[in-house]
Design a protein around this ligand. Structure first.
Ligand code: FES
Length: 106
């Protein structure tokens, strides 16, 4: 059964602007990114070979996988070289300084 709850992923203070962070949310590994104060959440396992995107480097809105350098638009999850590859995005909400993520819209 899909989990439709909002689950705590991290404290907002732990993901300052211009950074990415890895979080385990429920049964998912999530990459949290802070692009100019806006938090986005992507599937944290790179579509290439499962590299940890949350430990990647964020420059502007480009998130670079630390393993082999695949790059994604951190806001949309779109891989920058292939239109056919897009990381899943999760809805995000901030509540009382905590980043909440919903794993499913189900
Ligand atoms: S696992 Fe991310 S670029 Fe290879």
């Amino acid at each position: 059964m899909p989990n439709t709850d909002w689950l705590p992923a991290a404290e907002l203070a732990d993901v300052p602007p211009g950074t990415a962070a890895e979080a385990v949310v429920g049964d998912a590994i999530v990459a949290l990114v802070n692009v100019n104060g806006d938090i986005h959440a992507l599937d944290g396992m790179c579509a290439h070979q499962g590299g940890p995107l949350g430990r990647g480097k964020l420059e502007g809105c480009t998130l670079t996988c630390p393993w082999h350098g695949w790059q994604y638009d951190a806001m949309t999850g779109q891989q920058l070289l292939s239109q056919h590859i897009r990381q899943r995005r999760y809805p995000v909400r901030i509540e009382g300084g905590t980043i909440l993520v919903r794993l499913s819209d189900g």
